[in-house]
Write a protein that binds this ligand. Structure first.
Ligand code: B4P
Length: 191
């Protein structure tokens, strides 16, 4: 069963690789960032609640994010697995995900941390700003997002390493190269 989590700093390529892996493995990629942005665009209640946090580069409160993921993981298309992109990002979200998985008697297969150096991350996000015009890809906001990642999300790497679930993949190089490394890190059964 393919239940994967992709971790990594903003711009590491989680979204890019989650979409590719999802196609390859035949399971949905669930990006909390994408779900928030779609709700912001439609001005839903969730979107209105999330917008100020996203624009400032801050995390949307755990209560809001957890409820959103809980309802997404209750949908039938995740029965054969999923790739979580951008969740969990806090220790509270780890606990919540543990609870959701326990309730359905399932478990994660692996957690993959995609790494990249800070200069490359800023370069990619500043470039993305020119292509997609995302509200949170300005240099100040990128810095806030990087700090938040170091404070709140980087510690999750140790949590999953202790559980024996962590794989590390170098996110530098072409998109194809990173996909190859990811597939290799998951072993032949997943390729
Ligand atoms: P996300 O949407 O998850 O944003 P991200 O971390 O910037 O994206 P990612 O790492 O996926 O980068 P991508 O593949 O796009 O989150 C946005 C916001 O939503 C958060 O700041 C927060 O406010 C909120 N949020 C989301 N989840 C939350 C949670 N769980 N709890 C609370 N709040 C939450 O790649 C970036 C760029 O690099 C792209 O332009 C891509 O084309 C390029 N790229 C990718 N791979 C490359 C490569 N190998 N070489 C060159 N360029 C590459």
């Amino acid at each position: 069963m393919t239940r994967l989590v992709l971790l990594g700093p903003p711009g590491a390529g989680k979204g890019t690789q989650a979409a590719r892996l999802a196609e390859r493995l035949g399971v949905p990629a669930i990006s909390t960032g994408d779900i928030f942005r779609a709700n912001v665009a439609r001005k839903t209640e969730l979107g209105v609640a999330a917008k100020e946090y996203i624009d400032a580069g801050k995390y949307v409160p755990d209560s809001v994010t957890n409820a959103m993921v809980r309802s997404r993981l209750a949908e039938p298309d995740v029965a054969d697995g999923f790739i979580l992109d951008g969740y969990p990002r806090t220790t509270d979200q780890v606990r919540e995900l543990d609870d959701m998985l326990a309730a359905s008697d399932s478990a994660l297969r692996a957690v993959v941390e995609i790494t990249a150096d800070a200069d490359e991350l800023v370069r990619r996000l500043v470039h993305r700003a020119t292509v997609q015009g995302r509200s949170d890809d300005t240099e100040d906001v990128i810095r806030t997002r990087q700090e938040l990642y170091l404070q709140q999300t980087a510690p999750l790497v140790h949590v999953y390493a202790e559980r024996g679930l962590l794989r590390r993949v170098d996110g530098l190089g072409s998109v194809d190269e990173v996909t190859r490394r990811l597939v290799d890190s998951l072993g032949e059964g997943e390729s």
